[in-house]
Design a protein around this ligand. Structure first.
Ligand code: COA
Length: 434
């Protein structure tokens, strides 16, 4: 049998050479979040005149997102599956677009018969092991499926990419072009936890019992929740992603995963976003396993964990309990991500709870996030049938199983005091009494 090292050598080329193999008006899927292959994206930009509206499909873009800028619209068109700071403008402009999807269904879109089958996958992986397998590192999620369905796979092989375990590997034989480049892995800025987040964190933590399995999103609220879990016992993780805060709780012996029904003793995630502290922790660590998102975020898989608690945030919640987590009016602000996957998984889990945790106001207290009606043009991310708990700094509203009138009353009670009178007036016009 041919030694994989020989095959590896034959596939090594420069990033500029590799980029020239991409079909000029085809479709490229780019590795997700902190797994973005920086050097390949830079080469794409350097060689942009080779392309004619090359479609770039990307979820959270943590890099510069220059392919999504208006000045590059002749060469690239951005199809976003989760708008972020650098891609939001394109997702809402005539030179870009947005594709709504549950996170767990994105891999299906890349397969034959899906609408987003890639011509090329641009991925970033770890150095190969002795058997010729590279790890997808911090981004297994949809990236593995994109590579498995693309006609051409171009991989940035990076010594800084941690080797994560689970089902998160690609063999050298399945990569077409290898670009060796050791750029530091993108790190997530650690959010500042303020007084409001701290209060929300404390309310959320009150809903978490010993032995629960957690899903936590990104940002100050999930991080604040973690700071209130130090006294808990035997927590587990089955989450779309984890960040640095989880490392401290694992090291402190709070997260043991010992009471998980599936993958006992292991944290299960599909991608990772954090600092070098997290990346060092997960490198070759058998306590953390990454699997593709159509497994990790599949509500039926999530639900196999008893006492699954999911915590996600929102832009607005209306008095019926409809949750908009992704639009500001008509504009796409972010995306559905895994929110609904976990809300539904938690709902089916024995003893499970889903929590939508949000500050009661936005824009320095001038806008209430608890609203009578969602703004015109808003997407409903989590429906009123799916929603369970809503938490603000003013407390906890339990909505599942509650009537519309009961929901209105519970939500007004956790809205900011400055907006309660107006919300009550509108609720009374609708319900006559609350
Ligand atoms: N009306 C107008 N503007 C609003 C608003 C509202 N109701 N709510 C928030 N905003 C503005 C804020 O003022 C802020 O603006 P700024 O950047 O100019 O300060 C901006 O929107 C972001 O708000 P913030 O509360 O800081 O957002 P966040 O970073 O905590 O993210 C979500 C909140 C809802 C956007 C984010 O959690 C998300 O995209 N969720 C959907 C996906 C998901 O849940 N995935 C699950 C697992 S990761």
């Amino acid at each position: 049998m041919k030694d994989w090292r020989e095959e590896y050598k034959n596939k090594v080329c420069s990033s500029d050479e590799a980029i020239k193999k991409i079909k000029k008006d085809g479709r490229v899927v780019v590795g997700h979040a902190c797994g973005e292959p920086i050097e390949l994206i830079e080469a794409l930009l350097r060689n942009k005149t080779l392309f004619k509206k090359l479609e770039i499909v990307h979820m959270v873009a943590m890099g510069k997102g220059e392919y999504a800028k208006e000045e590059n619209k002749e060469y690239f068109t951005h199809n976003s599956i989760f708008a972020g700071a650098t891609t939001r403008e394109a997702a809402n402009a005539e030179y870009g677009d947005f594709t709504p999807s549950f996170f767990f269904e994105i891999p299906k879109l890349f397969r034959k018969g899906g609408n987003l089958k890639p011509d090329t996958a641009l991925i970033q992986v770890s150095l190969p092991d002795e058997h010729g397998y590279c790890s997808y590192g911090v981004s297994c999620d949809y990236t593995k499926e994109a590579a498995e369905n693309a006609d051409i796979v171009i991989a940035q092989v990076n010594k800084y990419m941690p080797r994560t375990l689970g089902n998160s590997f690609i063999n050298i034989k399945d990569i077409d072009y290898i670009v060796e480049c050791d750029t530091p892995i993108i790190e997530l800025k650690i959010p500042t936890i303020g007084e409001i987040e701290r209060k929300i964190g404390e309310h959320c933590a009150s809903l978490i019992d010993d032995g629960a399995t957690l899903q936590l999103g990104i940002g100050a609220i999930p991080d604040a929740v973690l700071t209130f879990l130090k006294e808990k016992k035997d927590l587990g993780i089955h989450s779309e992603m984890i960040s640095d805060g989880v490392v401290d709780l694992a090291n402190a012996g709070v997260i043991t995963n010992k009471r998980k029904n599936i993958h006992n003793g292991k944290m299960i995630v599909t991608f990772l976003m954090g600092s070098k502290k997290l990346y060092d922790y997960i490198d070759n660590n058998p306590e953390v396993e990454l699997y593709p998102v159509d497994y990790v975020n599949n509500p039926f898989v999530i639900a196999q964990n008893d006492n699954l608690i999911s915590i996600n945030s929102a832009i607005q919640v209306d008095l019926m309990g409809q949750v908009n987590s992704e639009t500001i009016g008509n504009k796409q602000f972010s995306g559905t991500g895994g929110q609904v996957d976990f809300v539904r998984g938690a709902s089916m889990s024995k003893g499970g709870k889903s929590i939508i945790a949000l500050p009661s106001t936005a824009a320095k207290g001038t806008i209430s996030k608890i609203v009578f009606n969602l703004d015109s043009g808003s997407a409903v991310t989590t429906s009123r049938n799916d929603v369970d708990y809503v938490v603000t700094e003013y407390g906890v509203a339990k909505l599942k199983g509650r009537s519309l009138r009961e929901r209105a009353k519970a939500l007004i009670a956790i809205s900011h005091p400055d907006f309660r009178e107006e919300l009550t007036k509108k609720a009374l016009e609708k319900f006559k009494k609350i």
